[in-house]
Design a protein around this ligand. Sequence first.
Ligand code: SF4
Length: 356
Amino acid sequence: MSSASGQQAILSVDRLTKHFDLSSGLIDRLRGHRPVAHAVNSVSFDIGPRRTLGLVGESGCGKTTVGKTIMRLYDPTSGQILFRGQDVAKLKGGGLKEFRRHAQMVFQDPESSLNRRKTVEQILAVPLIVHGLAQGKERTERIEQVLEQVGLEPRYKRRFPHEFSGGQRQRIGIARALISQPSLIIADEPVSALDVSTQAQIVNLLSDLQSDFDLSFLFITHDLSVVKHISQDVAVMYLGEIMETGPTRTVFDNPAHPYTQALLSAVPQIDRSAEPGEKRQRIILSGEVPSLVKLPSGCVFHTRCPQFIGKICEQEVPQPRDIGGGHIVRCHLYNDVGTPVELKPSAAKTKPTERN
Ligand code: SF4
């Protein structure tokens, strides 16, 4: 499958779905009460070589579950994950181990993701040992080399994680991901726990590493300004579904989905269309985010949508429409050929909050 760049995709995710059974045991099952959290629902995207896809949305929208399911930390409920054409969902044993050498994960909290009882050298040696990549002098050289590549001095290898700052610890986390020479890195909120100046350093480091090592990234974050800086492509998630996707610049300049418009309106400094000093009008979403156990019918965003257009939003699931240049939106405001629908005055909305 081809990615948005037109190149053969490294990672191709097709209708990926992950549900969690929340029933608390036998009694629930005997009563026929089987609550299910619909964390990820039919999510599809491709990532090409040396491309970064930013997966954005509010916390709890399912973006971390997408990353963990791709890494097979969770088994998918349905759908396909192709990594270089290989079906990840079917991998076992040696095949799964080999996949995890080529696809690595960087976590949000470097403090808890690094074993505090081990030195940096011991931490970085683990992937080399597990995958049988280097031993003896070569192992030491690889560790020193990767530390330099992430901007740390090789002599730091004898230190423990608590002897580093937050930004340095995240560099160690990146080094650990990098040392097995992957082609895909799933970075889950990698800068959220860092202060702003350190965030910029880590984002710049990841950009440099991408071009130096031909890496592809799935960059999971709630921070739109970071996505704008690092991602060529973006996908916006809400309640386990992708609402809008496309080239980052196109989506940020002309957000088509009411949810994306609301998210971007909260970040006026990245509004390219605005004059200097001018702010995009903030769109405040009313209502609570619905439960993943009981998703709204039709468009899952209809209970909060400021542009709700009536029954069609409540009853019909909007299909993906390409509105030009790979900019895809799922909203009934666009017709089958991706052009905006003409709304009759009578199609006026009842405010979603008033309907509840
Ligand atoms: Fe809003 Fe309807 Fe579009 Fe959903 S389909 S985003 S409710 S206008």
